[in-house]
Design a protein around this ligand. Structure first.
Ligand SMILES: [Zn+2]
Length: 132
């Protein structure tokens, strides 16, 4: 594993044992730990079986180390973490905070790459079309 995920607030490393680890909180306040596949465009997640996640439900993501929320500055429905690739380049990775919505944007400067079947739709909905 040569890529790394970093909290934009405290710079803690969030990638352990091949999972990106974040905390997610439902609108009703219920919090949970969420393990995400770190491969961009792969939406596999792991969470405790007692947690019920419904498609369309919006979560507030935060860093498990500093507890700051990781809301994207682009849109409140996106989460942002920093990603460092194998060559040491740093990107902003923005992904949907809504369960079941498959869209991810990898951004460095003016360059935007999008991933996931919902990405074009999300771009439109979120008013990001001018970015792409
Ligand atoms: Zn942090």
């Amino acid at each position: 594993m040569t890529t790394d995920y970093i909290c934009p607030k405290c710079k803690a490393h969030l990638l352990l044992n091949d999972y990106l680890i974040l905390t997610a909180r439902k609108a009703n306040g219920t919090g949970m730990l969420l393990l995400m596949n770190p491969e961009v465009g792969n939406y596999e997640t792991v969470y405790h079986p007692s947690c019920k996640v419904k498609d369309g439900e919006r979560f507030t993501f935060s860093c498990p180390v500093c507890h700051n929320t990781l809301v994207s500055e682009l849109n409140k429905n996106l989460v942002m973490v920093l990603m460092k690739d194998e060559s040491g380049k740093e990107y902003e990775l923005h992904f949907s905070a809504i369960a079941g919505q498959k869209c991810t944007y990898k951004i460095m400067g003016n360059s935007v790459s999008s991933f996931g079947i919902d990405a074009p739709h999300c771009l439109d909905v979120m008013g990001l079309l001018d970015l792409a």
